[in-house]
Design a protein around this ligand. Structure first.
Ligand code: URA
Length: 287
């Protein structure tokens, strides 16, 4: 590579670093993730749910075992295997807000009645623009999210926000949700059964918001959304997939990126996000 090309390359890497928040490169101890080896893809931590110490379990007023599956009454899409296209929503923003509020209530009621109370405190439904073109879907809430009842508010969330900013958007302009709506005990990965039981709610949520693009954050999210237990995020990230007729981009989870904060990984995620920007017609930064 000649000197000019090298300078260009370094400039490009510096721009990516700045856009992805190089001012907060983790220097101390990486966040701890409780591994569940059976679930863990080889290339990503078993759980990316949160970065704070484990919250002590609360008393257990609710049942420990699952009741029989109870999809939300208003669900239109019966199963996670079903890849029936989600019709573009015709709801007004006001109607979307009302529909999401009603769905939130269904989720809370479902969790309160049927979810084992094994350490979570607050349901984390999701938040953002009910009419967003772009939806991020993570794995499940961690300790910070559980405390606040909001998705992606811990260290991984801060990096996600920087990524959103680098895309020229704000957190309020996108919608952020998770596969799991309650923090799994010890930050473990949601089990396939848990994901399956939450999927009707998530599908309904997506149907209401009706985004143009979904970004699956991390192996667990991509695996469950694409219904492929063998999915390897290192292989599958960066390639467009179809999710019920919606463009889906799998990429690394921000918590994984924090743990593996190499310039190659940052560039990979930035490439994925730029592809998303392109698909949404957003202005790309100058090279
Ligand atoms: N990790 C996730 O997958 N979701 C959150 O909300 C926070 C961290």
């Amino acid at each position: 590579m000649d000197a000019a090309a090298q300078t260009r390359k370094i400039r490009q890497l510096l721009t990516i670093d700045r856009l992805l928040g190089a001012d907060s490169v983790p220097l101390g101890r990486a966040p701890e993730f409780t591994a569940s080896p059976a679930e863990a893809p080889p290339d990503e931590p078993a759980s990316v749910g949160g970065s704070s110490p484990h919250t002590p379990p609360t008393p257990n007023p609710r049942p420990r075992s699952f009741a029989s599956p109870q999809p939300p009454s208003s669900t239109l899409i019966p199963s996670m295997q079903d890849q029936t296209p989600i019709a573009a929503s015709t709801l007004s923003v006001k109607e979307k807000i009302a529909a999401l509020d009603a769905l939130r209530e269904e989720v809370v009621a479902f969790l309160t009645e049927h979810w084992p109370q094994d350490g979570w405190n607050n349901p984390v439904f999701g938040e953002g623009d009910p009419d967003a073109d772009l939806m991020f879907i993570g794995e499940a809430p961690g300790a910070d999210e559980d405390r606040q009842g909001r998705p992606f508010v811990g260290r991984a969330g801060q990096l996600l926000e920087k990524q959103i900013t680098a895309m020229g958007l704000t957190r309020e302009q996108v919608y952020i949700a998770n596969i799991g709506k309650a923090r799994p005990p010890g930050n473990r990965v949601p089990t396939p059964e848990e994901a399956d039981r939450m999927m009707p709610f998530l599908l309904k949520q997506i149907e209401i918001i009706s985004p143009k693009v979904i970004v699956a954050l991390g192996a667990t999210s991509a695996k469950y959304l694409l219904n492929n237990p063998k999915l390897a995020i290192t292989r599958e990230r960066g390639a467009w997939r179809d999710f019920h007729g919606i463009d889906l981009m799998p990429t690394f989870h921000p918590a994984y990126l924090l743990r593996q904060y190499t310039k190659e990984n940052r560039a990979r995620v930035w490439d994925d996000l730029q592809a998303v920007m392109q698909r949404l017609g957003l202005k790309l930064p100058k090279k």
